[in-house]
Design a protein around this ligand. Sequence first.
Ligand code: AMP
Length: 514
Amino acid sequence: MNTRWISTVSEMISFTAEARSRAKSLALVPTMGALHEGHLSLVRQAQMQCDVVVVSIFVNPTQFGPSEDFARYPRNLEKDLELLRFLKVHAVFAPSSEEMYPTGFSTFVDPGPIATVFEGALRPGHFRGVATVVLKLFNIVRPDIALFGQKDFQQVVVIRRLIQDLNLPVRIGVCPIVREEDGLAKSSRNLYLSAEDRKAALLLSRSLKRAEEMAQAGEGDAQKVLEEMRKTFDAEPRVRLDYAAIVDPATLQPVARALPGSVALVAAGLGSVRLIDNLIFGPPRSTPELKLQLALTAQAADKESSATSRPDIDRLRLSIENCRDCAAVSSISLPPREFLAKYLKRDYPDLHSTQVLVIGGCAPIDPSGLPYYRPEAPNPFSTRLYDLLGVRDFGEFKARFALTDAARCHAVGNRVDERTLDYCTKHLREELKLFPNLQSIVILGEYAYLQFQKHILGRERVSIKPFGELLRSEGWAQETVRLPSHGERAMRIFYCYHPTYESRKSPPLAPYLT
Ligand code: AMP
């Protein structure tokens, strides 16, 4: 596959149109070039999530102030292209300034108060330029997903607002910060640090590390943590600290306590180079992805969407795709929307005939894990699922069962936190309505169990029996419930071990599923 080098807006638009006509999903990775491993992590994430990946390289003049480093920002198109070719990126969009801002250009996006603090305060107009160019790129490339780095945390917050406020049909994925071995966050600007400044620059990540240690040792007072962070810089006059702050991840307002999901931001100047870095607080040993999830799902969930009288697959698929509750996460699991978009239409001509819905625990990020993906060649999950349900093959399966998932927009590996399950329940509720004649629901695994008990049945966490205890004697359990979505008629719910995520196996349910 050849990487297409595109420099005009019109060519980019036709590339996207062509990809779309082949029903391909498309991801955009916006960059300013001088690529390093941080950028490449976004590219790899994009490749995991979409069929077609476009990387844009554009040093955007409108986000640089008059006294900033636009002219000497590192540019190395040849090397960038080589790297992107090696990664088999489909297209690189590298327009000129004139192409993006032709004579007469005069419309800008004003991102509001969130863009006037921290970087916005020190670089007036910076986020106006960022929001404008990102909106232009979204309109030109029309991606399903755009990938950004946690490294520019405030930028992520601004872009999320932009997407939400202007109802843009794109989701964003955020990738953790990639660092040098000694902890310095990778940045195109690191190239310009003198040897002495390079050493001193370590204070940024060191101050954040210190903050993390304090929080994990139980010190939640943000002022005390900040004092320690600032002290880190005291002994090094080469570093001019611009700010150190601990903020709420959604509003960027300073917080009194550093809680899981709160973010510590630092920015400093060394000679003529400015560097930024940040840290998301999280429980001990939590992965960077989980911390991102904590920070980016910190907003209150939307109000429950109003009930639909006539369930509609496309509308529901769109609402899942455009869900903003947890849109900005580092991994987005596609199977539920694939299920709705493709398989439900392909395999279920009459949704009234489906009597049993199976709710899986956590969709694999790779859709090939679904039984729908290649029905003729069952994978380990589908084989075990068929054993559990007492069917021989996909034909028998789809005649009676449909499979969906507890987590829709995202999940980290096979770990799903309760907030994710809560957010995703609103889609599950709508999905349940697609099958008006359901008689039974089979719940696979602990996460789906927890979600169903708490958010569908509305039970208090304390009254929900631990999953292991519930299944201990028989290896499965059942109860009869009445769901308002199904006219309050009695419906049987079966709880089982997840066929692949849990080591224990439930006995076949076939005798009970008649
Ligand atoms: P830039 O080229 O600096 O505009 O960066 C392009 C994208 O790469 C932005 O979304 C950045 O947040 C992201 N990025 C830059 N440095 C890193 C890093 N060290 N780790 C992860 N992402 C990064």
